[in-house]
Design a protein around this ligand. Structure first.
Ligand code: KG4
Ligand code: ZN
Length: 338
């Protein structure tokens, strides 16, 4: 089956996005409206406000995506949407809109699991990725190690038993007084800091599994900050660098053990935290010396965007995995395919 031009919609959290992705997984347009300003004063995402913003901005964003790609909506061959997991109110805005649009255009509807979207974001810029591959998915809501033996067959090796890696970054960022989300700010502050200045715990490394835990590390960071009213610039850099190192080191060591134990030669980094510079350089260096092909999306496609939903939808389209018009959104965490 020929791969089609897909209109993709992403509203699972606090970004409203629409994209046109062609059959080669090339991005014709990827328009993102961030709600950062709306939630800034609350230090985190307010779900009700997020849904309302999606309602306000989704239609103009879809129109902009079509215009930017110079595509007539009648030429779209399928409508794809992030249907799970995420904030239920936010997901429902996208799913309801996509259902209505697919029905009126008489085109197939494709439900995409948001986490799959992050993984397949890699295919937007890299056309040479081969199955099987291991994917480390690290975002604000997920930390997962997954082997994909094909686009529709996967095995979850491990996941976080509590907080996600991005959540740990963001909660510590909040305590440091940084804007939400704190991850990219800690990344920037860590530059020039000494990563050995503070010895944070490296959770779950001694466990003989591929699960992660970041809540203890987050508490260690919180307790460290609690004892210090004022930190000078050097101390803030050192703290950021040491805290970031602890997160990256745990992700790194578990991931390379998974690569070795499962004899996998291709690694895909995915999700917002995959934009982290320390994470990227640590993995890149290791993979170069161990004959492993490593892929990660550019920053634009690491964090939430609709183009990645379009990429994942291309694989569902060729496997004829279409959704019916009674599709419902689901907030339940995980990689369930709807
Ligand atoms: O994938 P994403 O946009 O949304 C979710 O699906 O959760 O990921 C957002 C997360 C946030 O926790 C944010 O702090 C983190 O990705 N993040 C980073 C960086 N850029 C984004 N964390 C560390 N370093 C970065 N450069
Ligand atoms: Zn995401």
């Amino acid at each position: 089956m020929k791969k089609p031009l897909i209109l993709a919609i992403e509203t699972s959290c606090d970004d409203t996005s629409a994209a046109l992705v062609d059959g080669n997984c090339d991005v014709l347009s990827n328009v993102i409206s961030s709600q950062e300003e709306v939630h800034l004063k609350y230090g985190g995402i307010v779900p009700e406000l997020a849904s309302r913003e999606h309602i306000r901005t989704l239609i103009p964003i879809v129109e902009m995506a079509l215009e930017k790609a110079d595509v007539n909506i009648k030429d779209v061959k399928a409508v794809a949407v992030s249907a799970n997991p995420g904030l239920i109110g936010s997901l429902l805005v996208g799913v309801s809109f996509a259902k209505g649009l697919a029905f009126s255009l008489k085109k197939p509807l494709i439900a995409v699991n948001h986490i799959f979207g992050h993984v397949f974001a890699n295919f937007l810029e890299h056309k040479d990725i081969k199955f099987p591959f291991l994917s480390l998915i690290v975002s604000g809501g997920h930390t997962e190690l997954v082997i994909f033996s094909s686009a529709i067959k996967y095995t979850i090796l491990g996941k976080t038993v509590d907080d996600a890696a991005g959540e740990a970054f963001d909660k510590i960022g909040k305590l440091l007084g940084l804007p939400y989300p704190g991850g990219p700010h800690i990344d920037a502050l860590a530059i020039g800091g000494n990563k050995s200045a503070i010895e944070f715990p490296l959770p779950m490394l001694k466990h003989d599994n591929f699960d992660f835990s970041f809540s203890g590390l987050k508490t260690a960071g919180m307790l460290y900050l609690k004892g210090r009213d004022e930190m000078n610039e050097t101390q803030i850099h050192d703290f950021s660098s040491s805290f970031q190192y602890a997160i990256v080191e745990v992700l790194f060591r578990k991931t390379i053990r998974a690569l070795e134990e499962h004899s996998i030669k291709t690694l895909l980094l995915a999700g917002g935290v995959a934009a982290n510079s320390e994470l990227r350089s640590t993995f890149t260096q290791y993979c170069a010396g161990h004959n492993i092909n490593i892929y990660y999306p550019t920053a634009e496609y690491c964090t939430d965007n609709a183009a990645m939903i379009g990429a994942a939808a291309q694989f569902k389209y060729i496997n004829k995995k279409f959704a019916s018009l009674d599709l419902n959104a689901s907030a339940v965490k995980g990689m369930k395919l709807l």
